[in-house]
Design a protein around this ligand. Sequence first.
Ligand code: ATP
Ligand code: MN
Length: 434
Amino acid sequence: MKGRTYTVDAEPGDDVTVAGWVHEVRDLGGIAFLILRDKTGKIQIKLEEDSMDADLVETGLNVSRESVVTVSGSVKEEPRAPTDVEILPESIEVLAESDTQLPLDPSGKVDAELSTRLDNRTLDLRKEEVKAIFEIRAEVLRAAREAFRDLGCTEINTPKIVATGTEGGTELFPITYFGEEAFMNQSPQLFKQLMVGSGLERVFEIGPIFRAEEHNTPRHLNEATSIDFESAFVDHTEAMDACEHVVKSAYEGVAENCERQLELLGLDEEFEVPDGEFPRLTYEEAIERINATGELDEQLVWGDDLPTEGERALGEDVGEHYFITDWPSEIKPFYIKDHDDDEQLSTGFDMMHPRMELVSGGQREHRYDELVAGFEQQGLDPDQFEYYTKMFKYGMPPHAGWGLGGERLVMTMLGLENIREAVLFPRDRQRLSP
Ligand code: ATP
Ligand code: MN
């Protein structure tokens, strides 16, 4: 809209046209205030019966909440107004009238269930603290991209419709592709690995992953955003360094550029950019520490996957982001390389927030024969993955990488209870629209 001024920029003495939503109209008899809201904030519009055009006052008094209006007028200083200024209007134009019955109250005075909020996301995001989450999410992705650029990565996009899954069939969504069965990709794993053997060497991707997760939990989505890194000529420890850099950069970006949003979420005091190196615990140390907390009914033994309560107990114990390294090979995927001196021990790692897992990664198996054997051990048919294994015959460098859950990063950063709060339109067992 040409000539539009954002409410935040309206200064006393200016003649402006502002545009936005009617937040509320307060009629005090003879004088009334229309509060207009736009993406930058709110501004008071004064309506005075005695001194203003009767039609204009009438329009302002009768417009329903959440209608879209433009207001032209002069900005005056007014210490009693919420933002210390108000507009004396010369014209008010209603661009889109809102029904008076709203499924959700954008002023936030009436609380709504998460499901009602998700059904009415447009209205939900008129609340500034909800909008703040998505502005922060955008900053997280921007800062991550910049961090990847620091690391010399090229951004890639890989297919989401695929012929085979990465890690077996259980979590795959099947689709029909010109009469053939195909799947929604659960991870860019194989494609990003193929790119480290290309001329690109070091890549990242931010894109959707699709997982037919069996359970409804507060930290699983059926469509999530994966932040993936993969690089030639690095080992798992260097991949962990890169992971730390990206996660810290995301926090730094938010601390620097989202002060207002953090304040709206009540986090401005407590928000901390992680400093220092993330502690690196081996799997063996991790299970010992979990056992020592006494939180589990049964003691963990070597080879057990870490149960959710175990992760939580350890997270409380460690109290900051940390890595778990040196997992038993048998509970890490086949494409992860074992330690050269101990084939029971994998170079796989997880990066944890005290509340949950954020990242899985590792050094990859780049030797053709070992890779093909890995498929067989996993019960997968190597022929189906020939498009992938074949390239390991033509000079595939040693490489490592990881995948970071974008929504989990935002969720843990902001202390959100439910991962769905970090997605505009979440996909879960109950939710396929909007
Ligand atoms: P979990 O054990 O917590 O279900 P995972 O080990 O199956 O996760 P990975 O395959 O390691 O997940 O994927 C890498 C990262 O992607 C995870 O650490 C997590 O941050 C994110 N992620 C994976 N699945 C989901 C999902 N269903 N919803 C949201 N994020 C996910
Ligand atoms: Mn994992």
